[in-house]
Design a protein around this ligand. Structure first.
Ligand SMILES: Nc1ncnc2c1ncn2[C@@H]1O[C@H](COP(=O)(O)OP(=O)(O)OP(=O)(O)O)[C@@H](O)[C@H]1O
Ligand SMILES: [Mg+2]
Length: 246
């Protein structure tokens, strides 16, 4: 890895088990700076576990994880802080704080992590809500929003600290096909707008094909394939073809 322009992240033979269950069995994966990389794989195959390794929410049993050229494998919470500050994470389920308005949800990371004045916070919140296509709903409570709107609020909150990278865990689960298409387009436009690296975990093949620069296919604890949507369509690997048909 050249020091001058390191990839966003690199997994070097990463292993992870829980009790006797081997989940990651030698993951090798390079995530380029500025790309949209989709990690595709069946349910329970370890997609969320991979994301958690990037921000050190889980440590590997063996192997190494690099972020921005730095070996973060043995970083403690304190050392991980600058990375977590630079990487937005949209957790599976995209939990919002239900007792807080949309505005307070989106403002939350700024109030936690910066000394910004409330007037400046208000501007930032409006700017990010606009970027995700939401305006004039900042006073609403999350339980009054549709599933698609909740996703967008969660996205606004994830980008409020202006991260260098965004990790999305199953952003389209539970959404109808039209909203899924909409959210896929939105992820792409946010990606271009902020010039970031986007890593999207999903089992939605259609969404993966429309949003990805490259797709990594996770199967039995290893990355079985990495390539562009066209390349994955054209592969003659029967397991991948079977998955694409599902
Ligand atoms: N903290 C943990 N403790 C114990 N087991 C875990 C933990 N995290 C994940 N696992 C196990 O590891 C396996 C992979 O989990 P993971 O959540 O990464 O799957 P996934 O690919 O994200 O699946 P899904 O599509 O259902 O979200 C599962 O069998 C899960 O039960
Ligand atoms: Mg998951």
């Amino acid at each position: 890895m050249g020091k001058r322009n390191p990839p966003f992240a690199f997994f070097d033979e990463v292993y992870k088990s829980f009790d006797t269950k081997e989940v990651l069995r030698g993951i090798t994966l390079l995530i380029r700076k500025g790309e949209v990389l989709v990690i595709l794989g069946g349910s329970g195959t370890g997609k969320t576990v991979i994301l958690k390794h990037i921000v050190g929410l889980l440590p590997p049993d063996a192997g190494r994880v690099f972020v921005n050229g730095e070996d973060v494998t043995n970083f403690d919470d304190n050392a991980l802080l600058p990375i977590r500050r630079k990487v937005g994470f949209l957790f599976q389920g995209g939990a919002l704080f239900d007792s807080m308005s949309v505005f307070d949800n989106v403002a939350f990371p700024l109030r936690e992590h910066t000394q910004m004045a409330e007037s400046e916070i208000a501007l930032k919140v409006q700017e990010k809500l606009k970027l995700v296509g939401l305006e004039n709903i900042d006073w609403m409570m999350p339980d009054k929003l549709s599933g698609g709107m909740r996703k967008r609020v969660a996205l606004a909150r994830a980008i409020i600290l202006e991260p260098e990278a965004l990790l999305y865990d199953e952003p389209t689960t539970g959404l109808d096909p039209i909203t899924t298409k909409w959210v896929s387009k939105l992820m792409r436009s946010v990606h271009e707008n902020l010039s970031i690296t986007s890593i999207i975990v999903t089992h939605n093949i259609q969404s993966a094909m429309t949003v990805a620069d490259r797709i990594a296919f996770l199967y039995r604890g290893r990355i079985k394939f990495v390539g562009t949507p066209d390349e994955i369509r054209e592969t003659d690997d029967p397991i991948i073809q079977e998955f694409l048909k599902s």
